[in-house]
Design a protein around this ligand. Structure first.
Ligand code: DGY
Length: 355
């Protein structure tokens, strides 16, 4: 077709395009999307509100009380939802899915990990699952490095001194371990594991090791050597856990594997609490069988204030803040929201979880 009047074409496009967009979001406006926490990032909420009827709990999904209130509220709000935007501290259970009803198409978890989702139930019902990997790798890797420094440089003991007003600056009391010249072993060279290695580039690490299901091309690029778990455990000064929680990885750090570590080993966990058998970790730290540990994740979360792990001077704990930066949480929210848009408008998910 030869276009003789460009002005008419532009005007037509100008009229037709918004009409079709409006028609599209009008069509999806009757779809209900449930958001599981009151603090879902505004940028993600905006994406959802442009397309759907958004229903959001007024509760924060934290602490035992918050979780109970939120769960009860969500059970009331969930019927008729076409998609769920879900935070990882509340399980996607059979009970919730039963309540939601057969029109539910997608669970969009606002996390990289999806161990809180009942995959068998989702699969059986043909409900899709998306997560938010990659956008959080840098933030989580930075917390891993914070934990390495915190555990190696005895932040727990040293902060306690500051609070007591007694600074024991002698040689024995506060000296820690160097990252310089150390061997760093990464369990799981995925997005987060790779980001840890990249961020340690200036720390003069002597050797990077990694383990996992298979050797990865990124390992070569990063100068990390692929080894089996036993070799990593016996040779590493820092052992960084950056794997998802599965039946295979549950309690991978236990009495036996702790027994293979060097006496100066420092265990870092940014994955999930259950990667570590905490009883065995407690014993190993208490008996100074290993040097220290740094945990961003524990079982349970929050760790009760009187939990025996918190009595250990050589443990540095953070309250699961790996992805907790303004920018990263916003990116996670927008990614989760766009997964919902795609799922409910017949497009492929951006970050699907293979069920
Ligand atoms: C994740 O995304 O899995 C982080 O641990 C936050 O839950």
């Amino acid at each position: 077709m030869i276009v003789h009047n460009v002005g008419v074409v532009v005007a037509l496009v100008g009229v037709l395009l918004p009409v079709s967009c409006v028609a599209h979001s009008t069509m999806t406006k009757n779809l209900k999307v449930l958001v599981s926490s009151k603090d879902f990032p505004p940028a993600g909420l905006k994406v959802l509100q442009e397309h759907f009827t958004v229903v959001q709990t007024k509760y924060l999904n934290f602490g035992e009380e918050g979780r109970t209130l939120a769960k009860d509220d969500l059970l009331k709000l969930i019927p008729g939802s076409s998609a769920l935007i879900w935070s990882s501290n509340l399980a996607i259970s059979k009970e919730l899915l039963d309540k939601a009803g057969p029109q539910l198409k997608l669970v969009a978890t606002v996390s990289a990990g999806y161990n809180h989702c009942n995959l068998d139930e989702l699969r059986a019902r043909g409900i899709k699952l998306s997560n938010t990997p990659n956008v959080l790798s840098s933030a989580v890797a930075e917390i891993a490095i914070g934990l390495m420094l915190g555990a190696a440089r005895r932040f727990t003991e040293n902060l306690a001194q500051v609070h007591r007003g007694e600074w024991e600056i002698g040689f024995d009391k506060v000296l820690g371990q160097d990252i310089r010249g150390s061997t760093v072993g990464i369990v799981g060279l995925g997005g987060i594991g790779q980001a840890v290695v990249r961020r340690l580039a200036g720390f003069e690490v002597a050797k990077f090791l990694y383990t996992g299901h298979r050797e990865k091309p990124e390992g070569k690029e990063l100068g990390a050597e692929f080894v089996n778990l036993d070799t990593l455990l016996t040779q590493s000064d820092f052992i960084v856990l950056a794997v998802p929680l599965t039946n295979e990885t549950k309690h991978m750090i236990n009495k036996d594997t702790l027994g293979k570590m060097k006496s100066n080993a420092i265990v870092i966990n940014v994955g999930r609490g259950d990667l570590v058998d905490q009883e065995a970790l407690y014993d190993a730290l208490k008996n100074k069988q290993i040097y220290a540990a740094g945990l961003d994740v524990t079982t349970p979360e929050p760790l009760p204030r009187d939990h025996k792990l918190l009595t250990l001077p050589n443990l540095f704990v953070l309250p699961h803040i790996g992805s907790a930066t303004v920018r990263t949480r916003s990116d996670m929210g927008v990614l989760a929201a766009n997964n919902v848009v795609n799922a409910l408008t017949g497009k492929a998910l951006i970050t699907p979880v293979n069920l």
